[in-house]
Write a protein that binds this ligand. Structure first.
Ligand code: FES
Length: 172
């Protein structure tokens, strides 16, 4: 039988005065329906903060342009796995064709410190499926922007894309 200590007196839990039993009941309900959900919520929020895609250090700049994929400058974009560099974003942008008529756009800036390290601009590798930072050696998948090797854990900054059959529009 559990005992409760109130003002240096031990009471059997079911022999407590009614007021104290009500207080105890309120405290238990408070713990169950307020404190525990609050603790659970704070754990979830804490985890989200550390998620790779949400902590890019690339500064926000306005991006809104279109390219005509039938233009000879952009012929690599006419097949899956093709890519081109274009100006725009913070440190230039990689346009990548990741499927039939679907495209991804990544900022080339280092997701950590591109504001202070002007050499940290990722370059597409000869395998045509990853881009690598020349400063720290972190590599990134062109199919997702997430890291595939090296010390980095934050994904490349990604911009929105839409395609109407001729023009690929990149924006944020
Ligand atoms: S120094 Fe930032 S990704 Fe390499």
């Amino acid at each position: 039988m559990p005992f409760i200590r109130i003002k240096n007196t031990l009471y059997l839990q079911n022999k407590l005065p009614v007021v104290n039993r009500l207080l105890l009941f309120s405290y238990k309900m408070y713990k169950r329906f307020f404190l525990l959900p609050l603790l659970f919520l704070s754990v979830i929020i804490g985890c989200k903060k550390d998620s790779p895609a949400s902590t890019s250090g690339v500064p926000n700049v306005a991006v809104n342009f279109s390219v005509d994929v039938d233009n000879p400058l952009y012929t690599p974009l006419q097949h899956v796995g093709g890519w081109v560099y274009v100006t725009g974003g913070y440190d230039g942008i990689i346009l990548f064709c990741n499927g039939q008529d679907t495209y991804l756009a990544f900022d080339r800036g280092c997701p950590y410190d591109c504001e202070t390290n002007s050499k940290a601009i990722v370059q597409v590798q000869t395998n045509n499926i990853t881009a690598k930072c020349p400063v720290c050696g972190t590599s990134y998948s062109l199919y997702s922007g997430t890291t595939t090797g090296g010390p980095g854990s934050v994904a490349l900054k990604q911009y929105q894309t839409s395609f109407d059959g001729t023009n690929l529009t990149v924006s944020n």
